[in-house]
Design a protein around this ligand. Structure first.
Ligand SMILES: [Zn+2]
Length: 327
């Protein structure tokens, strides 16, 4: 039984690649059904042809041929059954991964449909009627199951694409490359403001580095603001990521702050500006904030899971130094 792994591709920031193998399976099973149909038809043809013949030896010979063909047909049906069961399992697992509700068993199973071929066969009063009808009923059911699986996989693919889009927009990476990171302040919350000397909320994380190091968009979105501000943040970029998410990048460089302008569409990992110390800042750093539905949240909850091992250890090490924010 083929198991399909569903994984998160860090380069494209998306879940991949379940569609192709499943489509191949569908294609393969459709081929089997076609083959089974040909065998059934040729068996029937042989039977019609031979039934009216009066010679007994011819009948016996034809009967033997039919038996062999029925044997092949039964094997084919078994094989298709196994393949559809595999497909159903993949479907079930994908739905679990994507937190989609499972298909009800009665729908997935597909009842025996009133196939025209079966009705016609029943009226022929053939000697092999029962076997023929049984086989056609099985094929008819398999065709129905396959159709249901096809529709179900289309639904899953559409849902997965919507999830991909959602994940691409979440501010989920570190805004400063770990190679450019000199110090890091994990302090989020109340602390003594280094410029004003008062206890104040620090509602972001501070990344310290050299002046001019690149700052990266942490998720796909639209630049909402990229300009000098006077509220303490200095040169500031705000990205609207949609889905209620916003990220803010403050104290950007005085000389070259912005690589983007208001209204630009940006992708995760795109350079949007450069580190500096403009505004109310006690040193060169990036003050980084994430908001969800207009409320501040601690950004570390978003990007720490996306870090590679080396970057994660470096961040831990820098965080242990317990560097105070530079605001
Ligand atoms: Zn700060």
């Amino acid at each position: 039984m083929t198991k399909i792994k569903y994984y998160y591709n860090e380069e494209s920031c998306s879940y991949e690649p379940v569609k192709i193998p499943l489509k191949i399976k569908l294609f393969r099973i459709t081929g089997y059904l076609f083959l089974a149909g040909i065998i059934a038809s040729s068996s029937l043809f042989g039977y019609y042809k031979s039934n009216p013949t009066p010679k007994e030896d011819m009948l016996i010979s034809n009967r033997e041929k039919l038996n062999i063909q029925w044997g092949i047909l039964k094997q084919e049906i078994m094989l298709i059954n196994e393949n559809i069961a595999d497909l159903q399992l993949d479907d079930h697992e994908l739905r679990e991964i994507l937190e989609l509700s499972d298909l009800p068993a009665e729908i997935r199973d597909a009842g025996i449909g009133g196939d025209n071929q079966i009705t016609n066969l029943k009226s022929q009063n053939l000697k092999f009627e029962e076997q023929i009808v049984n086989s056609y009923q099985k094929i008819s059911k398999l065709k129905a199951q396959l159709k249901i699986e096809g529709l179900s996989l289309d639904t899953i693919a559409k849902y997965a694409a919507a999830r991909d889009k959602f994940w691409a927009h979440i501010p989920a990476i570190q805004p400063v490359d770990h190679k450019d990171l000199r110090r890091f302040s994990p302090i989020y919350g109340m602390r003594l403001n280094p410029v004003l000397g008062k206890w104040m909320l620090h509602r972001g994380l501070d990344f310290m580095g050299e002046r001019g190091v690149p700052i990266y968009a942490t998720g796909d979105g639209v630049i909402q603001l990229a300009q000098m501000t006077y509220g303490g943040f200095g040169n500031l970029i705000i990205i609207d990521h949609g889905y209620g998410y916003q990220s803010r990048y403050a104290h950007l460089s005085r000389i070259q702050a912005f690589n983007v302008k208001k209204g630009d569409i940006v992708k995760r990992g795109q350079v949007i500006g450069y580190m500096g110390s403009t505004g109310r800042s006690a040193g060169i750093h990036l003050h980084y904030e994430v908001l969800k539905d207009k409320a501040h949240v601690n950004p570390i909850g978003f990007f720490q899971l996306e870090l590679e091992t080396e970057a994660y250890h470096k961040l831990l090490l820098l965080a242990k130094e317990n560097t105070a924010p530079l605001d």
